[in-house]
Design a binder for this molecule. Structure first.
Ligand code: VGL
Ligand code: ZN
Length: 195
């Protein structure tokens, strides 16, 4: 495999609230931040595009427990927890995609109510490589939408981590993405490609 300028990296929701110490922590989230930083640097060198999605909820979002939703408050606009994890190093030129802004809608996919599809198509992207948090929510839905939109989707299986609300959810999500046509690869595989 060789990276091309029609490849894009999508870094999903590597934010303080989804990492250990945050309000909706995913085990291993900080390790994901480090792995994705390395891959992002490689994409930059290869002329590929880098996107980073950011869960970006208004206060009182419908997905929060106090509104009858399933999640503790997280990634509230303008708070520390909504910031990208400090160990996530984004190359210059990274496109930031904010989602979950509509108070009534829980946008698990980076494609929902965002300019992600338009931007990828404008940049003639064919393949998307996806890692980040959480495997069983935002990574899953972003990858499924990418496939529906006819992108070739690759999941970086070592650089994702599940919420695992039910044990096994993360594994099931990987299987679901694969069945839908995603290819499973690793950051190591990507870093081993010729520069
Ligand atoms: C996510 C739960 C709630 C995610 C976002 O990024 O996977 N999960 N909001
Ligand atoms: Zn959210």
């Amino acid at each position: 495999m060789k990276l091309k300028n029609t490849d894009a990296l999508i870094i999903v929701d590597v934010q303080i609230d989804f990492c250990p110490g945050g309000s909706l922590p995913v085990a291993g989230g900080d390790q994901v931040a480090r792995l994705m930083s390395g891959v992002a640097a490689r994409f930059k060198v290869a002329g590929g595009r880098v996107y980073a999605t950011q869960d970006w909820h208004p206060m009182g979002h419908s997905s929060f427990l106090d509104q009858g939703g399933p999640w503790p408050p997280h990634c509230v606009q303008g708070t520390m927890g909504a910031l990208f994890h400090p160990e996530l190093k984004l190359p210059i030129g990274t496109t930031i995609i904010r989602k979950g802004v509509n108070p009534e809608v829980d946008a698990y996919s980076g494609f929902l109510d965002s300019l992600l599809e338009e931007s990828l198509k404008r940049n003639r992207v064919k393949r998307v490589f996806v890692g980040g948090l959480a495997t069983d929510y935002c990574v899953l839905n972003t990858v499924l939408d990418a496939l529906t939109l006819k992108f070739d989707a690759y999941v970086l299986s070592d650089a994702v981590a599940p919420a695992d609300v039910k044990p096994g959810d993360g594994e099931a999500a990987l299987e679901q993405m694969q069945k839908a046509g995603a290819k499973i690869t690793t950051t190591e595989m990507v870093l081993a490609t010729e520069p």
